[in-house]
Every structure is written in structure tokens, then in C-alpha cells.
Design a protein around this ligand. Structure first.
Ligand code: DOR
Ligand code: ZN
Length: 393
């Protein structure tokens, strides 16, 4: 009986050339599988940027609080940002010119002398807001904008607006004088699911305001949904949006799976990944109507890690690095400077800041808990590699 031997040059190893060829083909095969499975990662890796110099940026949405916390946190913003739009939702909200002037003074006292930083103040709208104070404050350059919170929508919003039409005379004045309206875009109806609050807001509140006051300048603050992205893209230059680092980086699974993470809880709440993807895609467009607003909003550790935890993420120390990480992942570094430093200034009619900052890619594990006296703050991305070192140049 003749033994039949199948001779496969690739597996017998009978010839060294055949072996090498086999190895080569196997490697090619594995590479192809890897390439198709992880195509995105490969594409990202090839374009990774390791350093970038940009104009000194503006943070168009900041909560500085007051008292000891104010003193503790201001330097984290004033170090790298040239200006910030300061939210007026203190425990006693900012509803007069004098209050805003003295709050601005307290902020300025907390800025280290070597930092070049200007706080820009906002007025807190209530059902009772008077047009004259707002117009006077704007003309005197005390207020740069008015902030709209609907009643009980978030932290310190119990004086917020319960009937939006009460404010229509105010909006009419703001439209006439070119004063921006900053909107926390969520409805407060308890029958509406918390994840749908923003989409409902667009239909129920935003659209009527825009229809009645087409020339009113509006900032749709900290947008979180594909509906909001679409709304901005399909409208004109009178409406812009800020986007936070947390909504670009994380979705609701990050907050809720494998144990609840109170330090990722903010309002509007993190949404599903579909929405996060829409935000990440928005920053890759060359639309100049998206810009940086961190919504840094510190609450002490005990108030975050509580049976009824406060909404707000203290991201000032790591926000710029977080934005850079996302822009880099999205191959959108060419839009980074506009998002951080140009688009907001243009909308607010401000000159771009003097000076520059430089971000360099580097492994940096951010380990700084921030505390003084009884105030213990847990910053965004604590114990994570924030990937970028930032210097003022
Ligand atoms: O998470 C939030 N925190 N969202 C807001 O709208 C307010 C902010 C705060 O002031 O704590
Ligand atoms: Zn806010």
C-alpha cells in the first residue's frame, strides 16, 4: 500500500523558504483582521498629535460659588483661562447690579497676582426680573448676559422661572440691546423622564422663544443630546452651544454600571452613547457655534457622596486636558483652538485673549484631591491619566 503524503510546504517546514512564507502570510492575515476590527484605532493612532499651542482660552460656563470654596477653586480656572462667564446661581442668586459688582470683587481677590484673568458676570432671571436693571447692568458692562433656569431644574434654582412668558418683555429688551440669554435647557415637568428633559425643552420652550425673538442671541448651555446638536446645526448664528468635557468623555453607563459614580453626576445628566457620539461628532464639524464651557460646579465630597447627592462636577483642574484628549481621539485637533479660544469670544463680541498656552502629550496621573479646612473636593478624572501637560507661554 502506497502511503499518500500530502506535502504542504507551509506546514511541513520541509523548506526554510516555505516556513518564512507561511509565517509572513499568517502575520498578514492577523494584521488584516486587526486592521478591519480596529480600523478606527489605527486611523486615530496614525494622526495622533503630541503638542499643540493655542490662544489662551475662555471658559464660557463656570460656577465659582462663594466664601472659602471660591478662594480655593478660582486659581484652577484663572491659571489657564483668560476669561470665564460666571454663573449667578449662588445660594442667594445674583439679581442686582450691586450684588454682581461685589461678587466680582470677591472673585478678583481670589485670583493669584500672576494670573491674567477676567470674570464676566451674569444676571439670574426670575419671574420678577425687571427690564431696567438688566438693561442698565448690561450698558454699565456689569452683566455680559442673563441666565435662565426653569424653577427647580438644578442646583440653586428655586428662584428660577416658573412661567416663561413672564419673561417675554425681558427677552424683547435683550434682543434689542444684543444681550445674550444663557439657557439651562431642561424642562422640569415630573412626568418627563430625566433623560428626555433636554429634547422636550427644545420643543416646549426653546422653539417658542426663538420664534418670538428671532434675533435674540442664545447660548444653549452644556448640550447633551443629538437633538440639541441637530438643533444648533440647523439654526443660524444667533444660537450657539457650549459642551462640557464630561459629556464628551462619558455616557450614562460610565456613571451607573458597576456601582454608581456620584462624581460623574451632573445636570443635564449624562446620556446614552448615541448622544455622546453626536456631541463628539459635533466638535469635528467646522461649525463655529460650538464652544468651550466646562460647567465646573464643585460640591464638597460629603455632599456628592450622599444619599441625595448634589449635581455638579468639579472639572476645572483637568477640563482642558480632557477636551484635548477627546479632540485628539476624534482627529479634530484642527478645531481645538477655535472651540477653546475663538468661537466663544466671537459670539460674545470680545477680542481674543492675549497670550498662548501649550499642551504637550505626556503620561500624567492626576492625583490631587483639593481640600482646605472642611472643604474636600474631588476633581474630575482624579487618579486617571489626563494625558496632557499644560503650560502658559
Ligand atoms: O450639574 C450641575 N451643577 N448642573 C447645573 O446646572 C448647576 C450646577 C451647580 O451649580 O452645581
Ligand atoms: Zn452650570
Amino acid at each position: 500500500m502506497v502511503e499518500r503524503r500530502t506535502v504542504n510546504p507551509y506546514v511541513t517546514g520541509s523548506s526554510p523558504v516555505g516556513g518564512a512564507k507561511f509565517l509572513f502570510l499568517m502575520l498578514l492575515f492577523i494584521f488584516n483582521i486587526f486592521y478591519y476590527l480596529f480600523f478606527d484605532e489605527i486611523r486615530l493612532m496614525t494622526k495622533i498629535i503630541t503638542s499643540i499651542k493655542i490662544r489662551r482660552p475662555d471658559d464660557c460656563h463656570v460656577h465659582f460659588r462663594d466664601g472659602n470654596i471660591l478662594k480655593l477653586i478660582v486659581p484652577y480656572t484663572s491659571k489657564f483661562f483668560g476669561r470665564a462667564i460666571i454663573m449667578p446661581n449662588l445660594i442667594k442668586p445674583i439679581i442686582s447690579i450691586n450684588q454682581a459688582i461685589s461678587y466680582r470683587k470677591r472673585i478678583i481677590r481670589a485670583i493669584p497676582s500672576e494670573h491674567l484673568f477676567t470674570p464676566l458676570m451674569t444676571f439670574y432671571l426670575t419671574d420678577m426680573s425687571e427690564t431696567k436693571i438688566i438693561e442698565d447692568g448690561f450698558n454699565q458692562k456689569v452683566f455680559i448676559a442673563c441666565k435662565l433656569y426653569l424653577n427647580k431644574v438644578t442646583t440653586n434654582s428655586k428662584y428660577g422661572v416658573s412661567n416663561i412668558t413672564n419673561l417675554y418683555p425681558v427677552f424683547s429688551t435683550m434682543e434689542r440691546i444684543g444681550m445674550p440669554l444663557l439657557i439651562h435647557g431642561e424642562v422640569t415637568n415630573n412626568n418627563i423622564d430625566i433623560f428626555d428633559r433636554e429634547a422636550y425643552f427644545i420643543d416646549q420652550i426653546m422653539e417658542p422663544i426663538r420664534n418670538n425673538f428671532p434675533n435674540l442671541k442664545i447660548v444653549f448651555e452644556h448640550i447633551t443630546t443629538k437633538e440639541a446638536v441637530q438643533y444648533i446645526l440647523s439654526n443660524n448664528e444667533n444660537i450657539v452651544a457650549t459642551i462640557t468635557p464630561q459629556h464628551l468623555m462619558f455616557n450614562r453607563n460610565h456613571m451607573l454600571v458597576n456601582g454608581i459614580k456620584p462624581h460623574l453626576y451632573c445636570l443635564p445628566i449624562l446620556k446614552s452613547n448615541i448622544h455622546r457620539t453626536a456631541l463628539r461628532e459635533a466638535i469635528t464639524t467646522d461649525c463655529k457655534r460650538f464652544f468651550l464651557g466646562t460647567d465646573t460646579a464643585p460640591h464638597t465630597q460629603n455632599k456628592k457622596e450622599s444619599a441625595c447627592g448634589c449635581a455638579g462636577i468639579f472639572n476645572a483642574p483637568t477640563a482642558l486636558a480632557a477636551y484635548a484628549t477627546v479632540f485628539n481621539e476624534m482627529n479634530a485637533m484642527e478645531n481645538f483652538e477655535a472651540f477653546c479660544s475663538l468661537n466663544g469670544a466671537k459670539f460674545y463680541g470680545l477680542p481674543v485673549n492675549n497670550g498662548f498656552i501649550e499642551l504637550k502629550r505626556k503620561k500624567i496621573i492626576f492625583n490631587n484631591k483639593i481640600s482646605k479646612d472642611k472643604n474636600n473636593l474631588i476633581p474630575f478624572l482624579l487618579h486617571k491619566n489626563i494625558k496632557w501637560e499644560i503650560n502658559v507661554i
